[in-house]
Design a protein around this ligand. Structure first.
Ligand code: DQA
Length: 141
């Protein structure tokens, strides 16, 4: 399966950013781990990270024919980007909302996700394993 992995704002700082919450691994290390996992070896991946909402939208539009599934950690945009929610609805590629941290146990504003209803599943709070569990979910649909 062709899997598009989208990471949004500030996820490029993983490894140095709020390490008590997000851990010590960089985004590259986590993406490499995912790609080389037993499950990952069965799939083709494209990985993108951007701090810009428009870039994330353009990438999903551009890759909509290629991608058969999307894992998206939109970072803080998950909580308010109706534009990204509209993109996910419009391109009709099954998407899983991913979070490293458990956003339900953090600040109030993180409890709301505008992507929840347009994604087929949300997986959060498992650190890098959130991506892997998202991949497994995509495999089973
Ligand atoms: C995050 C949670 C978001 O609230 C936050 O803005 C992030 C990372 C996570 O992976 O836990 O940037 O999406």
């Amino acid at each position: 399966m062709n899997i598009l992995v989208i990471n949004g704002p500030n996820l490029n700082l993983l490894g140095t950013r709020e390490t008590k919450i997000y851990g010590h691994e960089s985004l590259d290390e986590i993406m490499t781990w995912l790609e080389n996992s037993i499950e990952g070896l069965n799939h083709n991946f494209k990985f993108y990270q951007s701090n810009s909402e428009g870039d994330l939208i353009n990438i999903m539009q551009d890759e909509r024919q290629w991608a058969k599934g999307i894992l998206i950690n939109a970072g803080a945009l998950s909580h308010y980007s109706y534009a990204i929610a509209d993109t996910i609805t419009s391109i009709k590629v099954p998407a899983i909302e991913i979070h490293l941290s458990n956003t339900d146990n953090r600040e109030e504003f993180r409890k709301k996700s505008v992507l929840k209803d347009v994604c087929i599943k949300t997986i959060k709070g498992l650190g890098k394993h959130s991506y892997l569990e998202g991949l497994k979910y995509l495999e089973n649909i």
